[in-house]
Design a protein around this ligand. Structure first.
Ligand code: SF4
Ligand code: MG
Length: 292
């Protein structure tokens, strides 16, 4: 079960709710994502005392406040780097990262490839609302082209980044996408990500009715399409095709890709064993096994 600590105690979603009031705008998609996170944690049976939740800056980065867990509210874009350190220091705990599209792919864009390629044993939930919400409406790396926002009054001149292709390209071993309007689907994807050994990336489309008037909940609801049952989740090429072309043009929702290979903490453990003269150390074998 990877980094998950299995317990005999039955957990309920409410066991993860902190005493801090949730303070997002009415209609914000993040409420659905938070609900999914509570359900996923309960489904995976993780004790709050075994969970570290880490975030950067942004509306979604407030999530750790609403969770009953150990938590770190870190620097803008740096949550993944902090989480990597936390995971190496305490590989026995479950590490989760929460953040948005700007935090992850703009300010934190230098960190995303490395969590993926190193296969850090953590679960990263990215709330994508295509805008900087906390700072009141600047366009982000995932804003639709030509979208008008506070910093693009004549329309965005950029093409949006494709986060799924990005994470697949850099070697993430679990890549899934959900939509905040379907919290049950998101809960399943997050729970499976928690139970995956390695770097699990769950991308969730989450509307921001206050500042993104293009990607509304109604638009998403019509645009998303479930990934067909026959999809081979171990085939990188098929996953990339889905990430690029969607499902008959619809936004793919579900699990795109999942493989196993040794994690960063396993490799580091092997090195420590070797340096300290333990028998059975063979980093080359572990590295060979780690190649997909
Ligand atoms: Fe949600 Fe947008 Fe309000 Fe932030 S600004 S809480 S993302 S609706
Ligand atoms: Mg955002």
């Amino acid at each position: 079960m990877g980094c998950v600590i299995a317990t005999k105690k039955m957990m309920k979603p409410r066991d993860y709710k902190s005493e801090v009031p949730v303070v997002w705008c009415p209609g914000c998609g993040h409420y659905g994502v938070l609900d999914a996170i509570y359900r996923a944690l309960a489904g995976a049976g993780i004790e709050p005392s075994q969970l570290i939740s880490i975030s950067g800056i942004g509306c979604s980065s407030r999530t750790p406040y609403f969770l009953h867990s150990y938590k770190m509210h870190t620097l803008h874009g740096r949550a993944g780097a902090v989480a990597t350190g936390a995971q190496l220091a305490r590989p026995d705990l479950t590490v989760m990262v929460f953040g948005g599209d700007g935090d992850g792919f703009s300010i934190g864009g230098g960190h995303m490839p490395h969590m993926a390629r190193k296969n850090v044993n953590m679960t990263y939930v990215l709330f994508d609302n295509g805008i900087y919400g906390l700072t009141k409406g600047q366009y982000s790396p995932t804003s639709p082209s030509a979208m008008k926002a506070y910093t693009t009054p004549y329309g965005s001149p950029d093409e949006p980044l494709n986060p799924l292709l990005y994470m697949l390209t850099y070697g993430a071993t679990y890549v899934a996408q959900g939509f905040a309007g379907k919290p049950s689907v998101c809960a399943k994807l997050i729970q499976d990500g928690l139970q995956h050994k390695g770097f699990s990336y769950i991308h969730i489309l989450s509307q921001c009715p206050s500042f993104n008037t293009v990607d509304s909940v109604e638009t998403y609801r019509e645009a998303v399409a479930a990934i067909p049952d026959g999809h081979d989740t171990s085939n990188l090429g098929d996953a990339m095709t889905l990430a690029r072309d969607g499902v008959n043009g619809g936004i793919p929702m579900g699990l795109l890709y999942q493989i196993t290979r040794p994690t960063l903490d396993e490799r580091m453990h092997a090195i420590v064993q070797g340096v300290s003269g333990h028998k059975g150390y063979d980093l080359n074998r572990i590295i060979t096994l780690s190649r997909p």
